[in-house]
Design a protein around this ligand. Structure first.
Ligand code: GRF
Length: 223
């Protein structure tokens, strides 16, 4: 019997290069998912244009049209539920989400964040890594919980900071790592190798206590 691909919705506020990486991984046959919705808080987001070109249903909701954050979040998550999505990916979604709407999605919702969490939650991660004199930077994919950028980290991509790096160069170089990291983690979730059990991640039935690391061969356990 053929199993149906897992239905996935993506939220993105910006250009959508991480969404593009997900679409490319799916087209290469590396990601057994069906994208059922790409939604944004910005009608001009490049991610929406990419989704349209790929024939994926899109949704743009303007936060200004709602009386408060919670009303916006409720509408957004009602529309996500209507899409039939089983998993939800935040790929550059630049809003804080209400804990109440997140609750039913905990364990089914991941976010990509451009830092080696728990370092540098929130914004300006590249600048903060440079200002701190860090020699290493990276990106993390984590399960989303009500705590901003605070849910359990599933996997990280690490890279060296070079002399002469500035914010833009760092961001640009990190993106190519992000574009491998996010599809690899989503593939683990889609194939159910990665699961959420007892409020924590499990990989292949074992508690995942330290993040996986992205290497040349893909995701691996850290030494
Ligand atoms: C990425 O750096 C991601 O880590 C962060 O927002 C950026 C989104 O870029 N959360 P894009 O829209 O996927 O190109």
């Amino acid at each position: 019997m053929m199993t149906q691909p897992v239905r996935v919705a993506v939220l993105a506020s910006g250009r959508g290069s991480n969404l593009a990486a997900l679409l490319e991984a799916r087209n290469r046959g590396e990601l057994p998912v069906q994208f059922v919705l790409v939604a944004s808080d910005r009608a001009t987001a490049g991610a929406l244009r990419l989704a349209e070109a790929a024939g994926i249903p899109t949704l743009a909701l303007a936060p200004r049209s709602y009386p408060d954050r919670r009303a916006f979040d409720r509408e957004l998550f009602a529309r996500i539920a209507d899409s039939g999505a089983e998993l939800l990916v935040l790929a550059g979604f630049m809003r804080i989400l209400d804990g109440e709407v997140l609750a039913p999605w905990i364990g089914r919702m991941i976010n990509i964040h451009p830092s080696l969490l728990p370092k540098y939650r929130g914004l300006h991660t590249h600048r903060r890594a440079l200002e701190a004199g860090d020699r290493e930077h990276g990106a993390s994919v984590h399960f989303v919980t009500a705590e901003l950028d605070g849910g359990p980290v599933i996997a990280q991509a690490r890279m060296a900071i070079h002399p002469g790096d500035d914010e833009d160069r760092l961001a640009q170089r990190l993106l190519s790592h992000e574009h491998r990291l996010l599809p690899a983690v989503l593939a683990l979730l889609a194939t159910r190798r990665l699961q959420w059990k007892n409020q924590a991640p499990q990989l292949d039935g074992q508690a995942l206590t330290t993040p996986l690391v992205l290497g040349a061969q893909g995701l691996q356990h850290s030494e």
